[in-house]
Ligand binder design. Structure first.
Ligand SMILES: NC(=O)c1ccc[n+]([C@@H]2O[C@H](COP(=O)([O-])OP(=O)(O)OC[C@H]3O[C@@H](n4cnc5c(N)ncnc54)[C@H](O)[C@@H]3O)[C@@H](O)[C@H]2O)c1
Ligand SMILES: N[C@@H](CCC=O)C(=O)O
Length: 542
């Protein structure tokens, strides 16, 4: 609850290591991959600092080799959710009462531990558990998570330092308190950094948290919690539970002490959570703060002045890195006919050259999608395009789940800008392109803005400055992260605060001061220095 007095280290982004042949980081991660594959990690729930193992286990497999089991996760029940609430409520007061520097030190230390001792272990866990290539693991599970820890401390300090003015005879102060009750953090499979940041950000601000990670992200998530514990996080501040989300939520969501939800995942799940809060609104002691970053249908819009080769690279990286499973991934593109004749052969050639397979082969640019459910869903969109009258596959379209959940990077050309895969989130390596007549530029921009419910990321490509300005204005609400002549993915903490509007979320910008403010409750204190002893105003006389 106390305000900042010390100056924390000025953060800078964690450098991305190269993993080139012969480097020590490459050797370390190779050793870790071998070690982790040779054992089955037992992942408990962590409640009040205790490791809780149960007889019901959920297996974590490598998506690129689904017979390879790397972990077993103990599954909890409604009773575990109740215990987690008790633990959080018990831990909160002491945690909140610590000087804020003591809380900050935990996260700064965790950042340093992750940057050194645990870097290879964390990257290997994310590579095996979520089928990320070494580069994708490095930018997520190492660099972005380190940045979240360090930059959040810096932003918290700024929040604590912001103070009101004081007129003569008084002193006004803001005391920034963490939320009472508990925050429920529910996290997605696709970014280890997001998974760990969602419980960590409210905890830094003095809240107590119950964290339910996605089952397919447990390998990296549990390591994240162990690092925080080693950095000094007191027991009960973050309690990690697993199990049937409906059952756990049936205890957590209606609980009177629920003071916040920190969610990242699909729009449908977030809508469900919000509806549950609405149903229980009369039961709560506080208005729960609801923060959710959700789905996207991220666009790339090219003008005829764009460079075809730059556009090709941006589309390939933007759509297919990490198998298109970034909420920011380019999944629809609008290309003028005059550019398409150059762009199409470049795209076909580039996509055909993409190597895909096991993450242990560092030559692979892509690996498998996360699980069978995802594989089937993505395949159904590809099958739909194969049959559709208003769509055709330009390149890709093959899929095979015999060993891992592999889907070749696929580009669909749609003759209808409202075609299914132009407007629905697929969350896989599928990019749909609508080729517009050059003279239909304005109406196509309008379609881009209005044809989906989402507004997460978007990119425009053009050389003409007037055109860039016009596109940016027309698409002003179409994306929370807007890129000019760049791919729509790869936001960096401290540089491009991340989040979207419309059905893509509450746009509270993870890794920024705005997000931390949602976990803070301000007490304004006015202290009077001059005694006032007469109720009458001076003009009234005696
Ligand atoms: N906007 C962003 O910043 C951002 C970032 C990453 C992912 N995403 C989105 O996340 C989605 C992919 O992630 P996912 O497949 O893990 O999403 P998901 O919605 O299926 O799952 C997210 C989390 O919600 C949990 N969950 C599901 N039902 C629940 C319930 N009733 N109560 C409590 N928890 C419940 C899941 O177990 C998981 O932990 C995509 O839509 C993607 O766009 C968005
Ligand atoms: N922040 C990441 C996306 C996170 C969602 O999955 C990016 O900008 O690519």
């Amino acid at each position: 609850m106390s305000n900042a007095r010390s100056i924390t280290p000025k953060p800078s982004n964690e450098p991305v290591l190269a993993y080139s042949p012969g480097t020590s980081e490459r050797e370390a991660v190779i050793q870790e991959l071998k070690r982790q594959k040779s054992e089955i990690t037992q992942i408990p729930m962590v409640i009040d600092g205790d490791k809780i193992f149960t007889d019901t286990k959920d297996k974590v497999v490598c998506p690129h080799d689904h017979q390879q089991v790397i972990a077993e996760v103990s599954q909890g029940t409604a009773d575990h959710a109740k215990s987690a609430i008790d633990a959080a409520l018990k831990a909160r007061k002491e945690w909140a009462a610590l000087p804020w520097e003591a809380r900050a030190a935990v996260f700064l230390k965790a950042a340093d531990l992750l940057a050194t001792k645990y870097r290879a272990e964390m990257n290997a866990a994310t590579m095996l558990g979520q089928s990320k290539t070494v580069h994708q693991a490095e930018i997520d599970a190492a660099c972005e998570l380190i940045d979240f820890f360090r930059f959040n401390v810096h932003y918290a300090e700024q929040i604590y330092s912001e103070q009101p003015g004081s007129a003569f005879g008084m002193w006004n102060r803001s005391e920034i308190r963490g939320l009472e009750g508990f925050v429920y953090a529910i996290t997605p499979f696709n970014f280890t950094s997001i998974a760990v940041n969602l419980p960590a950000a409210p905890a830094l601000m003095g809240c107590a948290v119950i964290w339910k990670p996605a089952p397919t992200s447990m390998h990296g998530a549990y390591l994240g919690l162990r690092i925080l514990e080693e950095a000094g996080l007191p027991k009960g501040v973050i309690n990690m539970i697993s199990g049937d989300p409906q059952e756990l939520s049936s205890v957590l969501l209606p609980h009177p002490e629920l003071s916040g939800i920190h969610f990242t995942g699909s729009t449908a799940t977030f809508n469900h959570l919000w509806q549950e809060v609405g149903k229980n609104i009369n039961n709560y002691r506080y208005y729960p703060r609801i923060v959710g970053e959700t789905g996207g249908k991220d666009f790339v819009f090219a003008h005829s002045s764009a460079d075809a080769q730059e556009l090709c690279t941006a589309l390939v990286r933007g759509a297919f890195e990490f198998q298109g499973q970034k909420c920011s991934a380019a999944s629809r593109a609008y290309v003028p006919k005059s550019l398409w004749s150059k762009l199409k052969p470049a795209l076909v050639e580039t996509v055909k050259s993409i190597k895909m397979g096991d993450v242990e082969d560092f030559h692979n640019f892509m690996s498998a999608v996360i699980d069978k459910r995802s594989f089937d869903k993505i395949a159904s969109y590809i099958d739909h395009a194969k049959q559709a009258k208003d769509a055709e596959i330009v390149v890709g379209g093959e899929y095979d789940d015999s060993k891992g959940y592999f889907i070749r990077p696929t580009i669909i050309e749609a003759s209808n800008p409202h075609y299914k895969s132009m407007v629905e989130e697929i969350f896989g390596p599928v990019l749909t392109i609508y080729v517009y007549e050059d003279e239909a530029f304005e109406e196509t921009l309008a379609i881009c803005d209005s044809s989906t419910k989402y507004a997460l990321t978007g990119a425009i490509f053009a050389k003409d400055r007037h055109v860039i300005d016009h596109m940016a204005k027309t698409l002003v609400h179409a994306a929370g992260n807007f890129y000019i002549n760049d791919k729509p993915t790869g936001a960096v903490v401290g540089q491009q605060p991340f989040g979207g509007g419309r059905a893509s979320g509450t746009n509270d910008k993870a890794g920024s001061m705005l997000n931390l403010l949602r976990w803070a409750s301000f007490r304004t204190v006015k202290e009077n220095f001059l005694s006032i002893t007469d109720y009458r105003y001076p003009f009234m006389g005696q």
